[in-house]
Design a protein around this ligand. Structure first.
Ligand code: FES
Length: 140
């Protein structure tokens, strides 16, 4: 039997009713390198508030933020991107940040340069404790 003429098939276009995906995932990709390091451009949760002791500092490498706590309990945060040539600082020795690229050192509590070649202090960020978590924001 020869094919029937036009078995008029109708393409039914369904309304593209895509259900919105609930919950924006946490952008916690710390996967394999690439791309220039950057400081947060939006508030980012770093970790538990208890991680930063009074008089101490904590380096959050994935977020490129260093947080310190003064004796009165207040928090301070800086970008841990070196102001010399933009390397991500990966070492915190007590409260001294050491850049792996050319050896600049910074005070994690004040952002000040302790050792050249860097001459500019670290960029200050906003930081607050929220529900027991440390949340750092963009530039202070
Ligand atoms: S980029 Fe940090 S010391 Fe040069």
């Amino acid at each position: 039997m020869p094919g029937r003429p036009s078995a008029s098939r109708r393409t039914v276009l369904r309304g593209a009713a895509l259900t919105p995906v609930a919950g924006l995932g946490l952008a916690a990709c710390s996967g394999g390198g690439g791309g220039a390091p950057a400081t947060p451009t939006a508030p980012v949760v770093l970790g538990a508030e208890s991680e930063v002791a009074k008089g101490g500092a904590e380096l959050y490498q994935d977020q490129n933020v260093v947080v310190s706590r003064a004796e009165d309990g207040s928090l301070t945060a800086f970008s841990s991107i070196c102001t010399h040539a933009g390397c991500a600082i990966n070492k915190l020795d007590g409260t001294t940040l050491v850049c792996p690229c050319h050896g600049s050192e910074f005070d994690a509590r004040t952002g000040k340069v302790l050792r050249a070649p860097a001459t500019e202090p670290l960029k200050a960020l906003t930081v607050e404790a929220k529900n027991g978590k440390i949340v750092a924001g963009p530039e202070a």
